[in-house]
Design a protein around this ligand. Sequence first.
Ligand SMILES: Nc1ncnc2c1ncn2[C@@H]1O[C@H](COP(=O)(O)OP(=O)(O)O)[C@@H](O)[C@H]1O
Ligand SMILES: [Mg+2]
Length: 479
Amino acid sequence: MRLRRIVVVSREAEVQQLARQVAQEIFVADDLAEALDIVETVNPNLILFDHRFSPSHIREFLITTDNNSIVVPVVMVGKDENDTGSSAEFIKVGAYDYLQGRQDYGRLEQIVSRIKDKSKAIEADRSASDFFAEDLAASVSMVGWSKAILTTLKMIKLVAASRCNPVLIMGETGTGKELAAKAIHILRHPNEPFVAVNCAALTANLLESELFGHVKGSFTGADREKTGLLELAGAGTLFLDEISEMPMDLQAKLLRVFQEKTFRKVGGIKNIVCNATIMASSNRNLQTETQANRFRRDLYYRLSISPIIIAPLRAPGRREDIPLLAEYFLKTSTICPERHNNISSLTKLAIEALQKHDWPGNVRELCNVIERAILLETTDKIGLSSIVIDLTECGQLLDSPTADRIKSFSLAKAERELISRALQETGWQKTQAAVILGITRATLYAKVKQYKIEKGSYIAKELQNQVSAPSLPQPVTAP
Ligand SMILES: Nc1ncnc2c1ncn2[C@@H]1O[C@H](COP(=O)(O)OP(=O)(O)O)[C@@H](O)[C@H]1O
Ligand SMILES: [Mg+2]
């Protein structure tokens, strides 16, 4: 049984040889300072010290490594004279074990297997619970130990236990608003439905009939009765994503639901009781929106009784979550199972790079960067070179003349094709096509114009031969 890396702090060939028998790689250091340097860089599984070092040396060394959050077992290799006294002294200052000279060398194998078992147990433990600050966090898969995220978790717990309805969740894009909404949902009524709608993705009319439903014949095209999401949510949750984008007159209708706890289908006369918890998210500051007359003040007051606010990842109080989240995504990503099982962690430099970035896309962006790193990394540890944060570099590459061919033959054309296909598949229903593509209608219009896409122009012949078409994403439906 072998360990991956051992640092040997000894000039003695015999001690180095001993290490070689139980390690895939050994690193030799001459003195304590060098040992510290090496340990920080290679993250070994074991350190061997020879008899030159005293218990106070070892104590000092362990205090320094501990301050740097490095935990590596230290084994002393003593001299041949039988000296049981010093063994106890070394153990007292924190050494893992003590080999009493040559006659005791054989015991190193046992020590190694003990260390391996222990690190396996720690590993298993870590993937199960160490990522989560508390049981609640574990039940809702919310990672973080910063004060900011713990405060958010506390609010989630309070709101979930109360009857607070509606619930407003604010935070930049990718901070985990939907995750927070699901957390409250799970804590409050786990067996009821959770339905979500993105208010930015639909036109005013469509959004209204999505939410309230409609009766047959209530408008042209309403050829059958439709149940709205408010009704589908039952006693569960209706999640209104990006509520700031909801048209003003619909905001007024929503407010009425909050006040009266009933609603009517579009064109209907029957009052339907609303039992759902309505949660809304916004990545805009709704207060500013009300000041600019883009959001109804009365609705804002109604929503903001006890808002849940999630800090962006770059906030000073949240940066400490970055390494933990990175490791969590490394452990849980399913992007490339055969590879990521072999990647154990991130190097110190990689973590530093993550901590320096500002993360405008927040946790979602971090998750993407880690998944990209899993695909790029070839060793057992994610290093700096696999951390590709700034894709503008790749963009510049595409802008260079030598890459003109790639640019014109893959990116633009693939996009054009995806859009054509979405339009084709929805029978040129632009709203629906935009939802499928995950873009706004305005963007869709702009792209249709930019690429001069017309009905019937679906898939240029030349393209079919050159680009294997990416598949269309499916619209997200409520579970
Ligand atoms: N604290 C967290 N712990 C673990 N995963 C998180 C956390 N915050 C966000 N995520 C993940 O990041 C992604 C974006 O979160 P999401 O809730 O969709 O953000 P938002 O709705 O604010 O844009 C999701 O995959 C989510 O699971
Ligand atoms: Mg979201």
